[in-house]
Design a binder for this molecule. Structure first.
Ligand code: 13P
Length: 258
């Protein structure tokens, strides 16, 4: 087992209004609080408008849950209608922010340059980016999953120092496994997560490679998380659908106890 702290992050996507978010975080917190989680860290990424509610519940209940945004602006402030900046998230007590999720890339045309600018904006605001990468079905069928994913890693991390890279979270989320119920096999996840770490080792050295956390995402559930986590280069999971149910997500976070 590595020294890296496993991270289970729930990406709520565009689900739940503020009252539902409050109910979910309180329920989840109640299930996690006081439990021996075996050193596993839990985080949730609510929609922007619900982060304040989550902050209040986490603070009031001293819940063992970190939280963050699903996206952020590449800009720090100013005339960017509809956007939310890194400093705004920091001021709400956010730890993490997802960057370059495949749904941002696909539906909002986010390029490698935009993703790289957002990673930098997150770091400048003191947030830990969760850089999301992963191939589509065509690349997978062509056996190009490693090459495609590493190109996204390289683009997203351009210009970063080894120290910055070591502090990051990188989430390998093959697009064909997201929301489809079709989870990658542990071998598939390990193959690409190991390749990501090897890339970091070559580009930024041993310290960064040994510290960077590489998560797997795509149809993770309580029934498949343990076998994914057995693989040496899988340091956690980015969970969509299964993070919307407190009991199920608590089981995922508690996989070591199960
Ligand atoms: P699912 O867990 O619903 O497949 O979603 C994965 C995901 O996109 C998390 O960011």
């Amino acid at each position: 087992m590595s020294d890296r702290t496993p991270l289970m992050a729930g990406n709520w996507k565009m689900n739940l209004d503020w009252k539902q978010s409050l109910a979910l975080v309180e329920d989840l917190g109640g299930q996690l609080k006081g439990k021996d989680l075996g050193g596993v860290e839990a985080a949730v990424l609510p929609p922007f408008v619900n982060i304040r509610t989550v902050q209040t519940a986490v603070d009031a209940g001293k819940l063992p849950i970190a939280y963050g945004g699903q996206d952020l602006s590449a800009h720090e402030s100013g005339a960017y209608t509809g956007e939310v900046s890194g400093p705004m998230l920091t001021a709400l007590g956010c730890t993490y922010v997802a960057v370059g999720h495949s749904e941002r890339r696909e539906y909002h045309g986010e390029t490698e340059q935009v993703t790289n600018a957002k990673v930098n904006a997150a770091l400048a605001a003191g947030l830990t980016p969760i850089l999301c990468v992963g191939e589509g079905l065509d690349e997978r069928k062509a056996g190009k999953q490693v090459e495609y994913t590493l190109a996204q890693v390289e683009g997203g991390l351009e210009g970063l120092t080894a120290e910055q890279v070591g502090g990051l979270v990188i989430a390998y989320e093959p697009v064909w496994a997201i929301g489809t119920g079709e989870v990658a096999t542990p071998d598939d996840a390990q193959e690409v997560c190991a390749a990501v770490r090897d890339w970091v080792r070559t580009a930024h050295g041993d310290q960064a490679a040994d510290a960077v956390r590489v998560l797997y995402g795509g149809s993770v559930k309580s029934s498949n998380v343990a076998e994914l986590m057995e693989r040496p280069d899988v340091d956690g999971a980015l969970v969509g659908g299964a993070s919307l149910k407190a009991e199920e997500f608590a089981k995922i976070v508690g996989y070591r106890a199960a």
